[in-house]
Design a protein around this ligand. Structure first.
Ligand code: AMP
Length: 608
């Protein structure tokens, strides 16, 4: 790897970028900088935002500017005002040690008068949106006859936004003896046409592969019924307590609606779209950049100029019609060497689009199963506990209040206090998920295959049927329990239940959960005791059954391995089918009669 000095970057610029923390050139910079420092070199670079492309063209362009000449020598075109400001900001940073060099951003949606005044003072580098630049050219304020470098940044997006004619007009108005540099995330027909018309002997530089989504991005889709899209979005967002994401919607109206719903439901969210005033958009973006907002709900166009490094997720609330937009969206995560996730919440009719996108990005999507309420709440609970642990306490400041606080709360035990604090912090999720509407996902099949998680489950069950139950670890015995995820019983609940009935804390090993029942391992020496004590166990009105997994498997075999409603029936293998039916009906009665009540009960137990 070469250093910036070896690439030919001047001392003044090196000093500025060192202060920004740029130690080594990024790949696109290594290729583009030395080439552009030469004379008469045109370039098409296929590089996404986040690859370091601004410095790749910015450093050589700035270095070639003569600061003693006040005329405009470089023009950078960008699709949106936000990107314009961002590029201008970066270029100002890079050129801070070059005396007399002025960079000016001109864009629509803002007073043209003040831009005219600034232009009259002279700016060697203009960063502009195409429409406003043409306006300024027509008024005779922007003079481009001394321009030596023209950069089209996010050229594909400018074409998507209908700037083709404006670009043609601008390029026709600058001297022929110039360098033209075209940066695009994707290579389409129109880009090729522009290249053929306006670039000469250009070199094509590809960073990563052509038209490919970022390497470090996982692509997941959740297939839901259209009516459940918002509910599914909430589940996804709730499952990642520290999520920092852009949620892309297709229209301005949908963007506003989703943002309004999220805000109503207590999320830190804001909308960003073209119907908002410029001042509102600026404020929204500033808050998001500063992490004061966790979720930005945005249209593709409005989010273009937003450069945020650390997005944990990109969420597609529906897929865009244009694959290129998907590439742009997902390329916003997985930056700066980190992994990112692009989540798409789609309904059945959009499934065809998934395949098209997969072909273009050369990567398969994972078909996801939405997280269950219990999983979500566990995650959120851990977040609350984590945050509580990390709270910094200022002993001095709090000291004068403590006696009064102790006096007021002395009737509460430590356990009561903990429960209260956690309930307060965690209440929103608890309340919502205790009564949350169910989301039935249409079978997430891909080419006849089940989604990843279901596939694994299916395989495990098949293997258990063929080879008998999984072997327990040495020294352990594998036990069956008639509670599963459908009953909101996960590892933690099983451990708590066993410990409630078996005194002296049993050491529980591996736990395997299925929808209707589960398996857990206990030390061999304690297995009989656990089975015996658990014979008394009940959840609500329902009897809990714990037995050796082998015995359960054998009796399931006697019954022909049949499962009814997916629930493994194990005891009374010798009872008549009618008796068994009666018994199961009776046992299932409380479940049917008060599903909601039972859920509340489960949630109460969740805290104990
Ligand atoms: P860009 O693709 O131009 O939007 O750049 C993405 C991010 O990478 C920006 O935050 C830049 O400040 C940063 N960046 C650009 N070049 C370097 C470099 N050589 N070393 C470290 N960071 C860089």
């Amino acid at each position: 790897m070469k250093t910036f000095e070896e690439l030919g970057v001047s001392e003044a610029i090196r000093r500025a970028i060192a202060e920004l923390g740029y130690e080594n050139p990024m790949p696109v910079q290594e290729e583009v900088i030395p080439y552009l420092l030469g004379v008469g070199n045109d370039v098409i670079a296929l590089a996404q935002t986040g690859t370091g492309k601004t410095a790749a063209y910015g450093l050589p362009v700035l270095q070639k500017v003569n600061p003693d000449d006040r005329r405009t020598q470089a023009v950078i075109l960008s699709p949106t005002r936000e990107l314009c400001l961002q590029i201008a900001g970066d270029l100002k940073e890079y050129s801070r040690y070059i005396d007399g060099l002025h960079v000016l951003a001109v864009y629509g949606g803002s007073s043209i008068e003040s831009q005219i005044r600034s232009l009259r003072k002279g700016a060697q580098v203009i960063v502009a949106t195409p429409g406003r630049l043409i306006d300024l050219m027509k008024r005779g304020v922007a003079r481009l006859d001394a321009v030596e470098n023209v950069v089209l940044d996010e050229a594909d997006e400018m074409l998507n936004m209908g700037f083709t004619e404006s670009i043609d007009e601008i390029l026709a108005g600058v001297p022929e003896e110039r360098n033209t540099l075209l940066f695009s995330a994707t290579m389409g027909k129109e880009i090729e046409r522009i290249a053929k018309t306006y670039l000469r002997n250009y070199q094509e530089i590809v960073v990563g592969s052509r038209n490919e989504g970022a390497e470090k991005v996982n692509h997941i889709y959740y297939l839901v019924h259209a009516k459940d899209k918002y509910l599914a979005l909430k589940r996804v967002v709730d499952y990642y307590p520290r999520i920092y994401a852009i949620i892309f919607c297709r229209t301005r109206m949908e963007t506003q609606e989703v943002a309004d719903l999220l805000i109503r439901d207590g999320y830190s969210a804001e909308a960003l779209h073209g119907d908002l005033s410029q001042a509102q958009r600026d404020l929204t973006m500033q808050k998001f950049r500063q992490h004061r907002t966790q979720l930005l709900v945005a249209t593709d166009v409005a989010a273009r100029g937003l450069d945020v490094e650390e997005l944990s997720h990109v969420i597609n609330y529906g897929l865009p019609d244009d694959v290129e937009n998907y590439t742009h969206r997902s390329g916003r995560t997985g930056r700066a060497g980190k992994r990112g996730t692009s989540i798409s919440i789609i309904h059945i009719r959009e499934k065809g689009k998934v395949r098209v996108i997969e072909k273009v990005i050369g990567k398969e999507f994972e078909a996801g199963t939405l997280p269950e309420p219990q999983e979500i709440c566990t995650k959120q609970l851990y977040r609350v506990m984590d945050e509580l642990e990390r709270i910094e306490v200022d002993d001095v400041q709090i000291a004068p209040f403590l006696p009064e606080i102790y006096r007021k709360l002395e009737w509460l035990t430590k356990e009561d206090l903990v429960k209260r604090i956690v309930s307060r912090e965690f209440g929103r999720f608890l309340n919502y998920y205790a009564n949350a509407p169910e989301i039935v996902q249409p079978t997430a099949t891909r080419n006849g295959k089940k989604g990843e998680r279901n596939e694994n489950k299916g395989e495990r069950r098949r293997a258990e049927r063929q080879n008998g139950p999984r072997q327990a670890e040495a020294g352990y015995k594998r036990l069956f329990i008639n509670l599963g995820k459908r009953d909101n019983y996960y590892a933690r609940e099983i451990i708590n239940l066993v410990n409630r009935y078996v005194k002296g804390k049993v050491q529980i090993g591996r736990i395997d959960l299925t929808t209707n029942c589960s398996f857990f391992e206990v030390p061999e020496a304690e297995a009989s005791l656990v089975i015996q004590k658990m014979a008394k166990a009940k959840v609500g009105e329902r009897r809990v059954v714990v037995d050796s997994a082998e015995r359960e498997q054998a009796s399931a075999g006697n019954r022909g391995g049949k499962e009814r409603h997916g629930r493994t029936k194990r005891f009374e293998a010798d009872a008549s089918p009618r008796d068994m039916k009666k018994k199961w009906k009776k046992e299932a009665a409380p479940e049917r009669e008060g599903k909601k009540k039972k859920r509340h009960e489960d949630w109460r137990q969740f805290f104990e």
